[in-house]
Design a binder for this molecule. Structure first.
Ligand code: ZN
Length: 272
């Protein structure tokens, strides 16, 4: 379960905008975006591009977002070809891509998401639940200052010295599309190391840019690693992909993670 900051706005309160956004040619941050009407032509286009992609679930997300986006800031997607569209999505920050993906679902198919039936952890009875995506919580960030300094308890031995601070930045979508990421999904240790390798930009007092190898990681306590990974995950803000569910039998509250990367689950089961 994600450790979340308190008092986050819901998606409805946050509004239809990107958490980080893109810089236009004047260097101004653009947070606005427009999506296409999800008509049958778009449905066929998405169907085809998913069929022709390689089965990597993250590439599915890229295909959907690239097809459904009409404009981001000043960038008109009609003027780009498919490869340029997907390239642009790859270079965006993770939290922005997921935001486009959620709004594509809301505008195309409505906000209600039927979760697969699961058993309550308390009373063990089956929970049937329809979540409203507009109630997802959104972590806010400052797009002008995305890097965060993380203070470590034990530190990392890096360039011959024990360093107690690292600077992290949010991950781009290309990280999630990479073969390295897909290969590490089933292995929490590999995933943590990979996240540090891509998210840590600087180790205090050491030459830039930083790159944390497995040998560096072996000088660290896992508590410090988790602290870094958490900051990398959160420094870009964005929607927290969990829905709070109240059991209809015993009223126990359960946080349920959304399996958004499974296209059929996220886009298939609309409840109007
Ligand atoms: Zn229950």
């Amino acid at each position: 379960m994600t450790i979340k900051p308190k008092n986050m706005p819901t998606l409805a309160e946050f509004g239809k905008r990107l958490p980080i956004g893109m810089r236009d040619e004047k260097g101004e941050l653009q947070l606005k975006f427009a999506l296409r009407e999800w008509d049958w032509d778009l449905e066929e286009k998405i169907g085809e591009s998913i069929e022709n992609s390689d089965g990597n679930a993250m590439h599915h997300v890229t295909h959907v977002v690239a097809a459904v986006t009409k404009a981001i800031g000043g960038v008109d997607f009609d003027k780009l070809n498919d490869v340029q569209r997907r390239g642009l999505i790859s270079r965006m920050y993770y939290s922005d891509v997921i935001m486009l993906y959620i709004w594509a679902r809301i505008e195309g198919m409505g906000p209600n998401l039927k979760l697969e039936t699961f058993n309550c952890h308390k009373c063990k009875k089956p929970i049937d639940f329809v979540g409203d995506l507009r109630h997802l919580e959104v972590m806010e960030c400052d797009p002008k200052n995305l890097s965060r300094t993380v203070s470590l308890e034990n530190g990392v031995k890096y360039a011959n010295e024990c360093r107690k601070k690292v600077i992290v930045e949010p991950l781009t979508w290309s990280f999630f599309e990479s073969d390295d990421f897909v290969a590490a999904i089933q292995n929490p240790a590999k995933l943590k190391l990979l996240t540090m390798q891509h998210g840590v930009r600087e180790v205090e007092g050491a030459p830039r840019p930083a790159y944390i190898t497995r040998e560096h990681a072996r000088t660290m306590k896992v508590r410090d690693v988790i602290k870094i990974v958490k900051e990398v995950d959160q420094c870009g803000g964005g929607a927290v992909m969990e829905i709070e569910v109240a059991c209809q039998h015993c009223k126990a509250k359960v946080e349920k993670e959304l399996e958004w990367w499974r296209y059929g689950d996220f886009f298939g089961q609309s409840v109007q």
